[in-house]
Design a protein around this ligand. Structure first.
Ligand code: SF4
Length: 358
């Protein structure tokens, strides 16, 4: 279906044929807790005749979001434990998150910051708070990389982005600026000449980490938006969330990773879903995730392999939770599994021609 503006309520989703009238009451309760927005590009991708459509599952609210489990938490990855000033998260020594805005063009139903984003969320940093955040970055010489996230930083106008980049340009120890965004996929027309110029203007190495979870999201328009970034010297990496009912099968995951690489976006992170409130219907077990990721080895090119990571609850950072191919044996020896799962000793035990000569 074609719509001309984002759908932001259960009523608007119903009018577009994406939810039936009998679900309105339940969804109104969900929408009163968690923001709703689906952009025209994503509405167009949804097949309303498919009750299990993987795009709808990501953006159209569900009554399952009202089920909150005891292990779920408002701040699942522990941002607040590492926030020295408003808008900054300093979890690792050499990099900080700068959360200038808590608005997104779409609201993902599995969002790990769902208690912070949206119209009722933490809002946009005031001028004073932004000054304090930049003062913090400028006064910590160990900060090599600044990661703009939120919310989605690319909802800011090119002029506002240009101002942020000018402030970063003035801090010599910041060498790399990274944006985490869904915009090239969910609102590709936003990636225009002015936005690209603003991103490039700081003169630092600029990376854009694109969030997409299903290969259908890499539409021709999304690929063209990424090309406008990459052709202008902006490097791209991917981040996806492993989600039940969206991408939890080997074929879909392989197609997604290939679609990224074809778009010149290097697969980077595949996140295990976080313990965000009301998201248990998206979570699979770590063992299921490990089996899926192990299945990608050998099946698709090395260029297509993401790191499977878990953000440890409490703010302890990311851990690589993919199955290791290496198992220690007796001293100095290892068993190494190939992509078929067959194990091989390292160093090899069989005699070689070289052994016989010596
Ligand atoms: S775009 Fe990112 S921050 Fe915004 S709702 Fe989706 S996952 Fe959350």
């Amino acid at each position: 279906m074609n719509v001309h503006r984002s759908l932001k309520s259960p009523e608007e989703l119903m009018a577009a044929g994406l939810v039936p009238p009998e679900r309105l009451a339940g969804l109104a309760e969900v929408a009163s807790r968690y923001a709703v927005a689906v952009t025209p590009a994503m509405v167009e991708l949804i097949d309303p005749a498919d009750p299990d459509d993987p795009i709808a599952r990501q953006f159209v609210p569900s009554e399952a979001e009202l089920t909150i489990l005891p292990e779920e938490r408002a701040d699942p990855i522990g941002d607040l434990a590492h926030s020295p000033v408003e808008g900054i998260v300093h979890r690792y020594p050499d990099r900080v998150l700068l959360k200038a805005v808590h608005v997104c063009p779409v609201y993902c139903r599995f969002c790990f910051r769902r208690e912070m984003v949206g119209p009722a969320g933490l809002g946009t940093l005031s001028g004073q708070a932004l000054d304090a955040a930049f003062n913090y970055i400028a006064s910590h010489a160990e900060i090599w990389e600044v990661i703009l996230t939120g919310g989605d930083p690319l909802v800011l106008s090119a002029r506002r982005l240009g101002e942020l980049m000018a402030r970063l340009a003035a801090i010599p120890h910041v060498k790399v600026v990274r944006f985490h965004t869904r915009v090239p996929v969910v609102e590709p027309e936003r990636v225009d000449e002015a936005l690209v110029r603003a991103l490039k203007s700081c003169g630092k190495a600029v990376y854009v980490a694109l969030h997409a979870n299903h290969p259908r999201e890499l539409t021709p328009a999304a690929r063209a938006a990424c090309a406008r970034l990459v052709d202008n010297g902006i490097a791209m990496v991917s981040q996806s969330v492993l989600l039940k009912g969206v991408n939890d099968d080997p074929q879909t995951l392989a197609e997604l990773m290939r679609a990224f690489v074809e778009t010149r976006v290097k697969p980077y992170y595949l996140h295990h879903p976080d313990l965000a409130p009301g998201t248990s219907h998206f979570r699979l077990s770590i063992a299921e995730g490990q089996a899926l990721v192990a299945g990608l080895r050998g099946r698709i090119s090395g260029l297509c392999q993401p790191a499977y990571v878990l953000d440890i609850p409490g703010g302890h950072g990311k851990a690589d939770i993919g199955l290791s191919a290496v198992r220690p044996m007796e001293e100095g020896c290892y068993s190494v599994a190939d992509y078929r799962g067959e194990e091989h000793a390292y160093p090899p035990r069989e005699k070689t021609g070289l052994d016989e000569k010596t």
